[in-house]
Design a binder for this molecule. Structure first.
Ligand code: GSH
Length: 241
């Protein structure tokens, strides 16, 4: 459902590609887990969109005009601009009602939001471990302890966080599970073990079967190459192109 003229990252000084009326555009970066959250929702809901990738170290002015914070993902359609992955995803779920991902009941919706907003605890520990290669074992313990909350919740809910079907929570947290093998390779103690994380392990296998996951994922080698670039302070946004 995604179209684009070039996948290459647009840099400072590059020409703005005019947005056709009625077309939904995603400003993205190919390896960004936050942008992947939004790509997952776009694919799952089969929403037609185009992608413009941004060079995050040399951002074009026209990108910063759209999001003064300078982060991807950003959505744009006609006169509307939305940024922040959770806001983008909730907006898409409201505007495109097919394959609804958030509960309509306000309390259940609040509970789900709670789960995906507090996932920032996991993402920040993930990056800390990825960058330092876990030279502080306490950080790994904290990381696993945060994941315990998701294991316990999933155990109550079933196959997915949405029960029999995926919901917003599944897509909001998935990108870091796709990247977890990066930590596992260097630090075996970050592996999800069958005795501590049986539900999350089964969930990971189910997630890989989803068309939205298949169409937005990168393989281990690609994630490894990009993450090594991040660690060296020189990420290659066009890796593999
Ligand atoms: N809270 C933001 C969201 O949920 O959308 C985080 C997005 C984010 O951190 N994106 C990164 C980014 O755009 C790429 S993975 N970084 C550019 C920068 O830090 O200047």
């Amino acid at each position: 459902y995604s179209t684009m003229t070039t996948q290459k990252a647009h840099v400072q000084g590059s020409q703005f590609v005019e947005l056709a009326p009625g077309t939904l555009r995603l400003y993205s970066m190919r390896f960004c887990p936050y942008a992947q959250r939004t790509r997952l929702v776009l694919e799952h809901k089969r929403i037609p969109y185009e992608t413009v990738n941004i060079h995050l170290r040399k951002k074009p002015d026209w990108f910063l005009q759209r999001n003064p914070i300078g982060l991807v993902p950003v959505l744009e359609k006609d006169d509307k601009i939305v940024y922040e992955s959770s806001v983008c995803n909730d907006y898409l779920d409201d505007v495109y009602p097919q394959n609804k991902l958030n509960p309509t009941d306000p309390y259940l919706k609040a509970r789900d939001r709670q789960l995906y907003e507090t996932f920032s605890n996991v993402t920040s520990l993930f990056m800390k471990i990825a960058v330092t290669h876990g030279d502080n074992p306490k950080v790994i313990q904290r990381f696993l302890k945060e994941l315990d909350r998701y294991e316990a919740e999933l155990k109550k809910r079933g196959k997915f966080f949405g029960g029999e079907k995926v919901c917003m929570v599944d897509f909001m947290i998935w990108p870091w599970f796709e990247r977890l093998p990066l930590l596992n390779q260097v630090l075996p103690e970050t592996r999800l073990t069958q005795d501590r994380f049986p539900s999350l392990l089964a969930w990971t296998r189910e997630m890989y079967l989803l068309p939205a996951v298949k169409s937005t994922m990168y393989d281990f080698k690609t994630h490894r190459a990009f993450m090594d670039g991040v660690r060296d302070g020189n990420p290659d946004y066009d890796y593999g192109l």
